[in-house]
Design a binder for this molecule. Structure first.
Ligand code: ADP
Ligand code: ZN
Length: 613
């Protein structure tokens, strides 16, 4: 353990372990298997990197996203750690070189994709490694990929169970940031971790502020949000369709932002290029389908915006979790509308998944809708969904800061439900609303629906209000969208007591727009300067900009992302404390021996130049 502390202080430049890191490392050093559940930004990487460095042999890290291995390895090389990766992006010569270095004991950490690990060639190599240099541990990152119940299922992950048989005695650690009870159980079974020490951190991300708006004019709402809160920041935006991705990126570019699309329909080179620019430049917005972002460990993503509804709370939490990994304030913002619900249901029903899978998906979508429409603290709901009840509302979500108004809507709901029923449970929202409003319409006359008792009984609400009501009735599970291609509405069993007037129903009114504030943040940022990027005093700003400029130049010279040189939190602390000596530099979180030697003087020079001013 002493060695572990030494590496933490001198290689990584951190003063102390975070919650559970020390105990996890302790378990692995005692040859125990580990299952570690930690939220994004909790510090999972250290949990396997440090014991792999302390123990003899090579640490093998299984990770599903090969596009990011390069950056992960670059970051380790910056710290002076001997790391490499093997994946299909390497040419024959490069693979040969890594294999040679491995067997010569010149590598301490090796990243591999699961399909690579399981390949005919890799297993003999690992066995040879095991009997010569040794394997210090196996780390299985994004372990929820093994679970069919989870939302990122990858069949090849299930075969990783063979590591237990082939390499008994080599400790294994599985890590994930998303796991409800069921996924957790599946990870344990599938990966044979029955005897593992289990560590569960709180899943709370206190520095993230959650906002969910109803999106009638999603674009204007989005622009207000970005312009007011993130005029220079890097962010990720998620849309459901490729077309929406393209349109939104083009539109943001027109507004003067660097916005790059990312989706599966683009050619691989452009995609890679966009991802690289997002990582390497500052202030880039990436507009993506959900396919983007797994394993993205850019720490200074300041906002994640959803312009479409995610499929599940797990997906929402994982995607929003990509904001603010550095612990500094960040926003998770979403706008969604009725059409999203219908489109998503359509996509699910048209998919080739099994009936059982579809039922699971439907269930998860309903839970997601519930989160959108709730009127109380969103963080409490999120955490309780992940089995972590919290007694107090958080004070850092839209509902806490700006409690939504509700109204007694049982009568309106009864009108809506009976109109659906009387028209035969096969028409979509638009049609039903026309009947409720008593519109003179040819289709209505053709079906003789102007003769129904529900024709024209809803004139006290506008078209927009009815859409608001229907969206909530669907979200709350009173109506379901029957997607035989037409999006017809049907009553669920829950609708009956409501129709009979046996229960009350409170719906939320059209929301007041909230201006997202980022000043009050709870939590425990990585470094603790007296200000954050928004509350920075003017006299500090010039220094901060100068430090960033130096960082960008150094990053560009080496072709690595700026955060690989130093995180924002490190620069903030530097701007706050203005270290005058290398010794004082050493005291800043994120500056280890190698970075001190490499960059210390250059940053000192910038700090002293600013002092002269
Ligand atoms: P995760 O993989 O869980 O999302 P990371 O391993 O990427 O998280 O860590 C998140 C951030 O926290 C990184 O910038 C990392 O360097 C930093 N970090 C991790 N452990 C510590 C620690 N003990 N002290 C300070 N910073 C830490
Ligand atoms: Zn709250």
């Amino acid at each position: 353990m002493q060695r572990a502390y030494h590496i933490l202080n001198n290689t990584y430049g951190y003063a102390d372990f975070r919650l559970n890191q020390r105990d996890i490392i302790g378990s692995l050093l005692q040859d125990h298997d580990v299952l570690a559940l930690m939220p994004t930004g909790g510090g999972k990487s250290l949990c396997y990197q440090i014991p792999a460095l302390v123990r003899d042999g090579v640490g093998i890290i299984v990770s599903p996203l090969i596009a990011l291995m390069q950056d992960q390895v670059d970051a380790l090389l910056q710290l002076g750690i001997r790391a490499a990766y093997l994946n299909s992006s390497l040419n024959y010569g490069a693979v040969q070189r890594v294999e040679r270095e491995l067997l010569a004991g010149e590598i301490d950490l090796l990243y591999v994709a699961p399909e690579r690990l399981l390949s005919e060639k890799m297993l003999p190599l690992l066995e040879r490694l095991h009997s010569t240099i040794g394997i210090s541990l196996f780390a299985i990152d994004e372990a929820h990929c093994v679970s069919q119940w989870g939302h990122d299922f990858r069949p090849e992950y299930q075969q990783l169970s063979m590591l237990a048989e082939r390499f008994p005695g080599v400790p294994r650690i599985a890590l994930t940031a998303t796991a409800d009870q069921r996924t957790r159980q599946e990870i344990i079974e599938q990966l044979r971790l029955q005897r593992a020490d289990i560590y569960v951190n709180s899943f709370d991300r206190p520095n993230i502020h959650y906002t969910i708006q109803q999106g009638q004019q999603a674009r204007q709402q989005l622009w207000q949000f970005i312009d007011a809160n993130h005029s220079q920041d890097a962010g990720i935006m998620y849309c459901l369709s490729r077309k929406k991705v393209e349109d939104t990126a083009a539109w943001l570019a027109q507004q003067g932002r660097t916005a790059l699309p990312y989706h599966a329909g683009m050619d691989a080179d452009t995609r890679r290029n966009h991802q690289q620019r997002f990582l390497r430049e500052e202030g880039v917005i990436i507009v993506a389908t959900i396919a983007f972002g797994m394993g993205i460990d850019k720490p200074d993503v300041r906002f994640v915006a959803h312009l479409s509804l995610p499929k599940s709370i797990e997906a929402y939490y994982q995607e929003t979790g990509r904001a603010g990994r550095d612990g500094l304030p960040a926003n998770a913002w979403m706008a969604y509308g009725l059409q999203d619900v219908i489109t998503l249901r359509q996509m699910m029903l048209e998919s080739t998944a099994s009936e059982q899978q579809k039922r699971i998906e439907h269930h998860k979508l309903q839970a997601m809708l519930g989160l959108c429409e709730m009127t109380t603290c969103r963080r409490q709901a999120l955490l309780s969904y992940f089995g972590e009840p919290t007694p107090q509302p958080c004070g850092n979500c839209d509902n806490c800061r700006n409690p939504p108004e509700v109204w007694e809507a049982a009568v309106a709901a009864q009108k809506a439900l009976s109109c659906v029923y009387r028209t035969g449970q096969r028409f979509g929202v638009n049609y039903i609303i026309e009947v409720l409003l008593g519109k003179d319409d040819e289709r209505i006359r053709q079906f003789r629906h102007e003769q129904l008792s529900t024709f024209g009984i809803g004139k006290e609400h506008s078209d927009a209000e009815w859409r608001n009501i229907f969206r909530q009735l669907i979200a709350l599970g009173y109506l379901t969208v029957d997607v035989d291609g037409h999006g017809g509405l049907r009553l669920t069993d829950n609708a009956r007591p409501l129709l009979r007037g046996e229960i009350e129903l409170h719906l939320r009114k059209e929301q007041k727009r909230e201006r997202v504030r980022r000043d009050r943040v709870r939590g425990d940022p990585v470094a603790k300067p007296r200000f954050n990027r928004d509350t920075m005093p003017i006299e500090v700003e010039a220094l901060w900009e100068a430090l960033r400029a130096l960082r960008l130049r150094l990053a560009q010279e080496q072709g690595v992302p700026p955060y690989v040189i130093f995180h924002d939190s490190t620069l903030l602390q530097m701007a706050d404390e203005r270290p005058q000596t290398l010794e004082a530099m050493r005291g800043i979180a994120g500056i280890g021996e190698r970075k001190l030697t490499q960059y210390g003087q250059a940053f000192l020079d910038v700090v002293s130049a600013a002092l002269v001013l």
